[in-house]
Design a protein around this ligand. Structure first.
Ligand code: ATP
Ligand code: PRP
Length: 218
């Protein structure tokens, strides 16, 4: 049975395609893509869609894609109704709470205002800390919010730390680690278990090879 796979375009795209290539899959169409959005694997009975991260989850939720590759950040924000079968160990970054150095939101009396692209994650984190929070949804350049006084602090993704540093913000707490994950629609997993597991095992063998190379194993 053929498989449909939704891939996150943008930051995760290159590494995902490189991984498929190392698995011996036919990635020519994905690499030479022009403006196309659907790509047939030239060796396997698989078609790929390249979409934004939130849409990966939507396509997998609806079973239009059997498998999805998406960041843990997006899964945490949306909530996951699919199986999360594998950590691909790339696209690594962290969710952090940050602020200006003299505005530690964890020391503030009364409610704190947090600017973020991830309102659900921010709300849950502050509630778990027993802090009364007002979350302000921002679509980008989140670091501006405390600088301009829109919020006391932010919850955002930190990779190298450069954006925080260049804007004079500091990390107050690390919320959790993020990386790219493989999700599978539950009904698809019943109907196409063998085909899906073959892909997941191929992905896993590349992940393990890298872990071995990096000296994290054996
Ligand atoms: N420095 C980083 N900033 C943001 N995301 C990162 C970073 N490093 C890795 N990632 C991962 O890459 C995924 C895709 O990020 P990308 O910026 O391409 O798309 P996006 O978050 O949907 O943003 P946009 O709305 O601008 O398309 C994120 O969901 C996250 O898992
Ligand atoms: O720690 P760093 O390596 O500096 O990366 C983190 C930055 O990258 C992301 O922003 P993005 O580039 O997606 O732009 P955006 O602000 O428009 O979301 C994220 O929201 C941080 O601002």
């Amino acid at each position: 049975m053929s498989l449909s796979v939704a891939l996150t375009k943008g930051r995760l795209e290159k590494k995902t395609v490189a991984m498929l290539e190392r698995m011996g899959y036919g990635t020519e169409n994905l690499k030479d893509k022009g403006r196309a959005l659907v790509f047939e694997d030239t060796k396997k009975d698989i078609r790929y869609f390249l979409v934004k991260s939130n849409d990966v989850i939507t396509y997998v939720n609806h079973g239009v894609a059997d498998i999805g590759v998406v960041g843990k950040d997006t899964l945490m924000e949306r909530g996951n109704q699919n199986y999360e079968l594998l950590d691909l160990e790339f696209g690594k970054c962290k969710f952090c709470v940050a602020s200006l150095p003299d505005q530690d939101v964890f020391q503030k009396v009364g409610h704190v205002k947090i600017g973020t692209k991830y309102p659900q994650v921010a709300r849950e984190y502050f509630l778990s800390r027993g802090i009364d929070v007002e979350v302000i949804k921002i679509d980008g350049s989140v670091e501006l919010a405390p600088i301009l006084g829109l919020a006391d602090g932010i919850v955002d993704i930190v990779e190298t730390g450069t954006t925080l540093k260049e804007n004079g913000l500091v990390i107050l707490e690390e919320v959790c680690e993020i990386s790219a994950r493989v999700i599978v629609n539950k009904a698809s997993f019943k109907l196409k278990r063998n085909e899906i597991m073959a892909v997941v095992r191929d992905l896993e063998s590349v992940v393990k090879e890298d872990a071995h190379k990096n000296g994290f194993e054996g």
